[in-house]
Ligand binder design. Structure first.
Ligand code: PLP
Length: 372
């Protein structure tokens, strides 16, 4: 499924990963935006270990107080205290459940999504993903229209047809190349969804959990979605996802369901993540260190464009970045990601420090010079 790098990891420690030979690497990729609080954080390790010693799993037909605690803490951390939380196991599943809710509520099925969007790899989630390299099953795209990001007129024209259940947008497009919807566009989407009774869904699976320097990236635009999907950073590596659901949705018995979603271990992991985000002020750190990193990057003349928010950063070059990424990994011992062929994508753990940035910038400049 993926091109493999020849590194075998043995352990993780904060913003570093260590291979089987004891070699340390600075992790500016976070396993694809998944590592939020840092690898093997002691509070997180203790929470999961002590939970598995008691009970790891039982079915959702039994009251599980950890689900309530997680929902409460997520509500407090994000500011969405009155939203309900549906727990599942991945990002794609969160988006599918959000789309299902939108279609139940509106009785409609069409979805407006955006060009270059990525929402997951299950059939339903691929259906709302605009990426020619991802193979969609036949017919999965029939109820989806892909519009240009930041083109509010085309959204209104589509909504006027009266058959749209939901508008689905990433808080910041990740795989699509770190493209940020404008605040004006997000506000426009909110207003139009209210006017035409469509559900406004924001996918914060990659951009959420503090990564952008706000708990959710859409909070930079000051809008209130009806549904918010989360995963990745939520479990810091423990597979889990969720949908935050506005109080306008009435929960009905049997409407959504899951076997593994919200299990004790996932909840213990999710609660520990929120505890550490709060106690270590990681959202503010993402903003501060992200701004420093972006300002240092923008001084490098070989870079075409630096864009992003907080610790979700795209560094675009005129040329293909495959060799640069390999050099950073094998010679400089730094993990980075990519978006397409020309953008280096940085999604480090949110506890990244200034000294890590200084080290990276030095190695990044060296790598660019050595490849010139
Ligand atoms: C914005 C966004 N949505 C959804 C997904 C899918 O998440 P998962 O792989 O957990 O299903 C991803 C994964 O990269 C993503 O970046």
């Amino acid at each position: 499924m993926y091109p493999l790098f020849n590194v075998e990891l043995f352990k993780g420690e904060g913003v570093f990963v260590i291979d089987k030979n004891g070699q340390r690497y600075l992790d500016l990729y976070g396993g694809h935006a998944v590592i939020s609080i840092g690898h093997s954080h002691p509070h997180y390790v203790a929470a999961i270990s002590s939970q598995i010693e008691r009970i790891g799993f039982y079915s959702n037909s039994i009251l599980n107080p950890l689900q309530k605690e997680l929902a409460k803490k997520l509500g407090e951390a994000s500011g969405f205290i009155d939203y309900s939380l549906f727990l599942c196991n991945s990002g794609a599943e969160a988006n599918e459940n959000a789309l299902k809710l939108a279609s139940f509520k509106t009785g409609k099925s069409k979805v407006i999504a955006f060009k270059k969007a990525f929402h997951g790899r299950t059939s339903g989630a691929v259906g709302v993903t605009d990426n020619s390299k991802i193979i969609a099953p036949i017919n999965e795209k029939k109820d989806v229209v892909f519009l240009e990001l930041n083109d509010i007129q085309s959204v209104e024209a589509e909504l006027q047809k009266g058959d749209v259940a939901a508008v689905l947008i990433e808080g910041i497009q990740g795989i699509g190349g770190i493209r940020i919807p404008s605040a004006e566009f997000m506000k426009g989407l909110r207003d139009l969804c209210s006017r035409y009774q469509a559900i406004f869904i924001v996918d914060e699976i990659q951009s959420g959990y503090g990564r952008s320097g706000r708990f959710f990236a859409f909070q930079h635009a000051d809008v209130i979605p009806d549904l918010i999907t989360v995963a990745k950073g939520m479990g810091n590596g423990f597979p889990m996802g969720g949908v935050l659901i506005s109080p306008d949705f009435e929960a009905k018995n049997g409407m959504l369901g899951t076997t593994f979603g919200g299990n004790y271990l996932a909840c213990a992991a999710g609660i520990a993540v929120l505890d550490v985000i709060k106690s270590q002020k990681l959202v503010a750190n993402a903003e501060e260190i992200g701004n420093f990193l972006m300002s240092e990057l923008s001084k490098i003349p070989e870079i075409k464009e630096v864009r992003g928010m907080g610790l979700m950063i795209g560094v675009e070059f005129e040329d293909d970045v495959a060799e640069l990424r390999k050099k950073l990994l094998y010679d400089k011992k730094i993990f980075t990601g990519v978006s397409g062929s020309h953008i280096i994508r940085l999604l480090p753990p949110l506890n990244l420090r200034k000294e890590n940035v200084v080290h990276f910038i030095e190695k990044f400049k060296e790598s660019i010079a050595e490849l010139a």
